[in-house]
Write a protein that binds this ligand. Structure first.
Ligand code: OAD
Length: 247
């Protein structure tokens, strides 16, 4: 049976739960992952679309890639995995942090508050000259190279590209110090620094639970690993944990 037979113990009132998600959590919403068969990095060369040198070399190609991904993400709907995490966040308010490597905005769309989207967002862009930030909805995306409404400078997607510093590292460090339970879902565990958060949390005394379709690269770092789809396993975990949290 897919999912959980022996559920990890529910968080107690003194527990703090930190969750890290990756592309697998949005797979059931129809968003392509990166490294699975049929994943994005199979049809696009990472170094041609997801790095500062790529943008300097061919900004039109990079914009085409991100406009298409933004349109796709805008059409997608949250799935039961996003909804389960939103329910956990609401129930454990004040002792819950959600970190995501995903840029599709589906956690926010499902109602999760305070999401630390460490790799940026497809729904935002910013000016390379004056650094004004915009919602993609509020800029004219018809030109091949969208321009800043304030200063006319070249806009770029607000995505953390390879070689750039992820967002929210200070907030993440605080959460990883505080956390007693660390849940990681839908990530291959190959991209740093996110792949090492589990070790950091465990060094600070947390226990770690992994949920993934395939065993991730860093599987050895988890106390418990549950193999299955996030859209099946996370609702099971949320139901069991939140029932226990009420009693
Ligand atoms: P990957 O594509 O590397 O890994 C996705 C993982 O999700 C794989 O291990 C799959 O087995 C698993 N998976 C697929 N479908 C699933 C499902 N329904 N339920 C649970 N798991 C499922 O994606 P990430 O680990 O998120 O960075 O990739 C990390 C970063 O690499 C991304 O944020 C992106 C990429 O390059 C940037 O663009 C900066």
């Amino acid at each position: 049976m897919e999912g959980v037979l022996n559920l990890p113990p529910a968080p107690t009132l003194t527990d703090f739960l930190t969750v890290l998600t990756g592309a697998g959590v949005s797979a059931e919403s129809g968003i392509r992952t990166f490294r699975d068969a049929g994943g994005l990095w199979e049809s696009h060369r990472l170094e041609e679309v997801a790095s500062p040198p790529a943008f300097a070399r061919d900004p039109e190609l990079v914009w085409r890639f991100y406009k298409a991904r933004w349109e796709n993400a805008s059409r997608a709907r949250p799935n039961p995995a996003h909804e389960a995490l939103a329910a956990m966040g609401a129930a454990l308010a004040g002792r819950f942090v959600l970190i995501t490597q995903n840029v599709d905005g589906l956690h926010q769309c499902a109602g999760s508050a305070g999401v630390l989207d460490m790799h940026g967002s497809l729904h935002r862009c910013r000016c390379t000259r004056c650094d004004t930030h915009y919602s993609m909805r509020n800029v004219d995306l018809t030109p091949a190279l969208p321009a800043c409404p304030a200063c006319g400078g070249l806009l770029r997607p607000d995505i953390v590209w390879f070689g750039e510093m992820p967002h929210y590292l200070d907030e993440i460090e605080v959460a990883l110090r505080r956390t007693t339970l660390f849940l990681v879902a839908g990530t291959s565990g190959v991209v740093y620094p996110a792949a090492q958060f589990v070790q950091m949390a465990r060094r600070n005394g947390a226990s770690a639970i992994g949920v993934n379709l395939e065993p991730p690269d860093n599987i050895a770092c988890f106390d418990t690993f549950i193999q299955g789809r996030a859209g099946v396993v996370l609702p099971q975990l949320a139901a069991a944990w939140l029932d226990a949290d009420k009693s």
